[in-house]
Each structure stands twice: as structure tokens, then as C-alpha cells.
Design a protein around this ligand. Structure first.
Ligand code: SAH
Ligand code: SF4
Length: 345
């Protein structure tokens, strides 16, 4: 049996099987993406879920080698939204119809449990039937529990790369893959819909590493999977490396769709940053989520994780209508529903 047939039939693959699949992907790429697109349509119909993304702080105490927000980047411009700014922007997204609000930020020491639980206690009734997703990095189990108790139900924390040596090539010694995995397990145990995922084409990454990432996703079964290409940031130690491959990213999205048919998989901003049209190619290759950027205009440029970010704009209803028209051209349409994870739709 070849691994592509196993994948299509929903049979588990070994790490070696994933590697064979990745090595032979170029010949299978068209079929792979078609099958993945068809699988997404079979599970979700023609719906693409929209999530409003709000970038709440550009401060970060971490030092990931790839990211422009790393604490050693003295040139980064830092901002932090107040509680009232977050509430008001979340309400703006809610009033536009969004039923998922994603609060993302660097690991800002000011985002204490006290601040966040107070924020959530006011946000929860303000957007009563919306899901609140957090993406605020690694925190303690008790912190994740407190945030869940305060009403957060989803958490995005990419594993970035599952291989410990490769992980250490992208992060300083104080940041360990073990701690990231522990966070992911904790989030799942608490009951969060949990998002893992990886950067594609980061320095030193091989197909064998990606095969391990796929085997990891198969085992963890995250409810959400974010996959985007590495984009070199000039103010980081990885400034001189090449960007990740868009083609390989799209194939990995397709493989992930076939591996986890019910997962919520975004067409990531990093994909659109390399090629704006690819935002839609990803949706045709199995992705089923878009995250328009609901942040304040004056702060968008300062949430500079990587250069040239091409987020899906969200100025108001005009942007949503333009997006709908673009989606219609590829035969899908947007849905503002919560779009929770279900094993069977
Ligand atoms: N601080 C949180 C959330 C913000 S970073 C966290 O790290 O989880 C969100 C994601 O941006 C990271 O998971 C990483 O995969 C991605 N990212 C950071 N720098 C990047 C780069 N240079 N190219 C592509 N993706 C990057
Ligand atoms: Fe901070 Fe996240 Fe960037 Fe790492 S990837 S430096 S944790 S914002």
C-alpha cells in the first residue's frame, strides 16, 4: 500500500510513511490538494469560518529566534491594549457578526491571570454567544484553568517543530519543546479546543522533521492546526535565511486535512504574505478558516511578527462583502457561526 492511499482511506501512517508521502508529494500534489479540498467540502459544506483576530500586545518576554516580537529586538515598537480597548474592539467584531473572537499576543508579563480573568468576566457577557479563543503562549496549568473557568474555550499554541534538536535551533535554551508539549497536553486535558501547528521551511528543517510533525498531529489530534511558511524577519538572528516554500505549505495543509478531517485549519496570514492569491489556494487545498485582522489600525504595523504581513483586512462591512465576493469565485462562502470542533458534523 502506498502512504497516499493509506491517508485517503484514513489508515494511520508511520513516521516513515509520512516521509515517503512528503518525498513523493510533487507528483501527487494536484490530486492531494483536490482530495483535501473535497474532504473539507464533504465535512463542512461550502462554509469557511471567519474568526476576528485581535492582537492585544506586542510585548514579549520570550526570544524565539524567528519572531520580530522577541524581547531582544530593541527596534520593535511595543504597544499593549487596555482592557477597555480590547472590550470595545471585540464588541465591534461581534456587532459585525463574528461569533469567534481570538485574542493573540506576545508573552507579555502584564497579561497576568488577574488582568485576563477580569477581562474575560466582562468580555463573556458582552459577546454572549461567541467563542473566545486565546493565543498568548505558554502559561502554567493553573493559569490555563483559570482562563477556562473565566470563559475561554479555545487556545492556539503551535508546537512549531516536534523535533527537539530542531526546536533548539529556533529557540534559546530556556525554551524547551518539553514545556510546549506539556502545555498542549494540559490545554487538551482541561477541555480547550486546542490548536497545534508548525512553521514550514524554518532554518534547518528537513522533510524528516515535517514527517515527525505529521506523526505528532496524528497522535495529538488537535482540534485546530495552524500551518504557515517561515518568513525571515530582518531584526532577528534568522534574518538571512530563505522563506519557507508556499507549495510545501499548501501540501502540508492538504495532508493535515486528510489526516484530521474535522479539524479547523486556517488559511494563515503567512501564506497570504508570500502570495495574496494563495490565501484562496489554501482554502481549496483543505483549509476552512480565515482570521481577518480586527486590531486597531494604528497598532497593526507594530504587531510585526514577520515583515510584510498581509492579513485579511477588516475595516467594516465593506471588507466582509469584498471577501464574500472573492470566496464566491472559488465556490465557497463565509460563515460567522462559532464553528466549534465536532467529530461528526
Ligand atoms: N506569542 C504567541 C502568539 C503569537 S506568535 C505564541 O508564540 O504562540 C503566533 C505564531 O506566529 C507563532 O506560533 C509562530 O508560528 C508564528 N511566527 C512567528 N514568527 C514567524 C515568522 N518569522 N515566520 C512565520 N511565522 C512566524
Ligand atoms: Fe513571543 Fe510568540 Fe514571538 Fe515567540 S513567537 S517571540 S512567544 S510573540
Amino acid at each position: 500500500m502506498n502512504p497516499f492511499d493509506d491517508l485517503l482511506a484514513g489508515r494511520p501512517l508511520t513516521r516513515a510513511g509520512f516521509l515517503t508521502l512528503l518525498q513523493g508529494r510533487k507528483q501527487e500534489s494536484v490530486r492531494l490538494r483536490q482530495e483535501a479540498g473535497a474532504r473539507a467540502r464533504a465535512v463542512f459544506g461550502s462554509k469557511v469560518y471567519l474568526r476576528a483576530l485581535l492582537e492585544i500586545s506586542s510585548y514579549c518576554k520570550r526570544n524565539c529566534y524567528y519572531c520580530g516580537l522577541r524581547c531582544d529586538n530593541a527596534q520593535a515598537r511595543r504597544y499593549r491594549l487596555t482592557k477597555d480597548e480590547i472590550l470595545s474592539r471585540a464588541k465591534f467584531a461581534y456587532d459585525l457578526g463574528f461569533r469567534t473572537v481570538v485574542l493573540q499576543g506576545g508573552e507579555d508579563p502584564a497579561l497576568t491571570d488577574a488582568f485576563l480573568t477580569d477581562l474575560l468576566s466582562e468580555l463573556r457577557p458582552l459577546v454572549p454567544d461567541a467563542a473566545i479563543t486565546l493565543s498568548l503562549g505558554e502559561r502554567s496549568p493553573s493559569s490555563y484553568e483559570a482562563l477556562y473557568a473565566a470563559g475561554a474555550r479555545r487556545y492556539l499554541l503551535r508546537h512549531e517543530t516536534r523535533d527537539p534538536e530542531h526546536y533548539q535551533r529556533l529557540h534559546p535554551k530556556a525554551q524547551r519543546i518539553e514545556s510546549r508539549l506539556e502545555c498542549l497536553r494540559t490545554l487538551k486535558t482541561i477541555g480547550y479546543q486546542t490548536g497545534a501547528g508548525m512553521m514550514v521551511g524554518s532554518p534547518g528543517q528537513t522533510l524528516a522533521h515535517l514527517a515527525l510533525d505529521l506523526a505528532f498531529l496524528q497522535e495529538l489530534r488537535p482540534e485546530m492546526v495552524g500551518i504557515g511558511p517561515f518568513i525571515a524577519h530582518p531584526q532577528t538572528p534568522l534574518a538571512d535565511y530563505a522563506n519557507g516554500s508556499l507549495d510545501l505549505t499548501l501540501d502540508l495543509i492538504a495532508i493535515t486535512r486528510l489526516l484530521l478531517p474535522y479539524a479547523l485549519i486556517p488559511s494563515t496570514t503567512a501564506v497570504a504574505t508570500l502570495d495574496e492569491a494563495a490565501r484562496f489556494s489554501a482554502l481549496q487545498a483543505g483549509a476552512n478558516v480565515l482570521m481577518p485582522n480586527a486590531s486597531y489600525e494604528e497598532h497593526k504595523a507594530d504587531y510585526n511578527i514577520y515583515p510584510g504581513k498581509k492579513a485579511q483586512a477588516l475595516e467594516g462591512t465593506d471588507s466582509l462583502e469584498a471577501l464574500e465576493a472573492a470566496l464566491t469565485r472559488i465556490g465557497v462562502h463565509s460563515s460567522m457561526e462559532r464553528g466549534d470542533y465536532h467529530d461528526h458534523v
